[in-house]
Design a protein around this ligand. Structure first.
Ligand SMILES: *Cc1c(COP(=O)(O)O)cnc(C)c1O
Length: 386
């Protein structure tokens, strides 16, 4: 079998070694150190937000952000059903209830129209806030997840957020660097959460970040992520916090990665354009589209395979690629179908389910060579013709 082509691997070929060596030489290896400060400042600057608070995962960032916008036990949180499971778990850590919202069929993002219908038709405005008439629970937050590098229609959502006074926590973990109407994703919510997990656009090995423009909330986020340490040398803590801080070594890797973010996005967009060109002449294959108001980072270029004759399915292409040593991946099981979350309410879900059945994410490491990508495309063509 020829050399394997992975789905998405990090490109560690900048100043990562140099910066990590700096940490080790200085002995600053833990959760305090100049790279943590620098990484927080540089990410905030990149996004044009006032504050960044680094965390040890994107999930941790979501957990703390949701708590700080006021999500409490028994509240409901509106979120995308078609996403990696992290935001739903974060809602559940707070003993709150996710309400899963279907995707729209054009760009596969959160369907804001369903949220509008739900807030106007199925909720009451009360002194305690917006309450779901059927469950009696308060709607405490909305979590748009910008999936696969493409933004959600965030202006439409912001209008609702303002009218109904429900805060937005953006899950921008998959779409750092992508733009909505020229403005970077991660700049719209009260908080936005990032992840620097191994296969994200930039990585720290594992890590995340909370960004916000609100100083009080940023201070609170920093406090909660450091075990709510009051800062006294006697380990006096004033509430229950979390051990959620990023280490200086991880932040050092992040600083080196961030220096190359524009290059990574360009690579991803080139890879996506090549796939799109190849699929243009293939019946039943369509790369995820880019909305006229969006600049996708194409974090994971993903194809939808819809063949009315059922000659080829996404799962058969997946198996055929695996035989050729090429790693593709289906989308996540929609959360309204996921065992730990299936008892939560949902608004639709049929489109997400269809996308789950029909889509495959394709190899897209930012250093994927044209030769390797041609091999992927040939293998896809072969999988259809056998
Ligand atoms: C990667 C990811 C996260 C965060 O993952 P961590 O591994 O905790 O950093 C959160 N939400 C989504 C949608 C993701 O894809």
């Amino acid at each position: 079998m020829s050399r394997k082509i992975p789905l998405c691997e990090p490109a560690i070929s900048g100043r990562e070694w140099e910066y990590v060596k700096e940490c080790l030489d200085a002995g600053w290896v833990s959760s305090v150190g100049s790279f943590v400060d620098r990484f927080e400042t540089e990410i905030a600057q990149y996004l044009g937000r006032r504050f960044g608070v680094a965390t040890n995962s994107g999930t941790a960032a979501l957990h703390v952000s949701l708590r700080l916008v006021g999500v409490r036990a028994g509240d409901e949180v509106l979120m995308s059903t078609l996403t990696f499971i992290a935001p739903a778990n974060a809602v559940r850590y707070l003993d709150a209830v996710p309400v899963f919202v279907d995707s729209e069929s054009c760009y596969w993002q959160l369907d804001v129209g369903l949220i509008e219908e739900f807030l106007r038709g199925a909720c009451d405005r009360t002194a305690a806030g917006v309450v779901n008439k059927s469950s009696g629970r308060r709607i405490a937050a909305i979590v748009p997840v910008h999936v696969l590098g493409h933004p959600v229609d965030i202006d439409a959502l912001r209008i609702l957020s303002e009218e109904f006074e429900i805060p937005i926590v953006e899950d921008a973990t998959e779409s750092l660097g992508s733009k909505y109407k020229g403005r970077l994703v991660g700049t719209h919510g009260t908080f936005a959460c990032l992840s620097f997990n191994g296969n994200k656009l930039i990585t720290t090995g594992g890590g995340g970040m909370i960004v916000t423009d609100d100083e009080t909330l940023a201070i609170r986020a920093r406090h909660l992520t450091t075990q709510a340490n009051s800062g006294s040398p006697e380990y006096i803590h004033d509430e229950i916090g979390y051990n959620y801080r990023l280490s200086n070594i991880q932040a050092a890797i992040g600083c080196a990665q961030l220096e190359r973010i524009a290059e990574f996005i360009e690579c991803k967009r080139t890879i996506a354009a090549r796939y799109a060109a190849a699929f243009a002449s293939m019946h039943g294959f369509a790369l995820q589209r880019e909305a006229p108001w969006a600049t996708s980072s194409y974090w994971l270029p993903t194809v939808e395979i819809v063949d009315e004759q059922f000659v080829v399915s996404a799962r058969s292409v997946l198996a055929s690629l695996a035989e050729d040593g090429i790693q593709a991946r289906p989308l996540w099981q929609p959360l309204h179908l996921s065992a730990p979350h299936k008892d939560s309410p949902s608004l639709g879900g049929g489109i997400a389910q269809r996308l789950w059945e029909n889509c495959l994410s394709l190899p897209c490491s930012s250093d994927l060579s044209q030769v390797d990508q041609d091999r992927v495309i040939e293998a896809i063509v072969k999988s259809v013709t056998v």
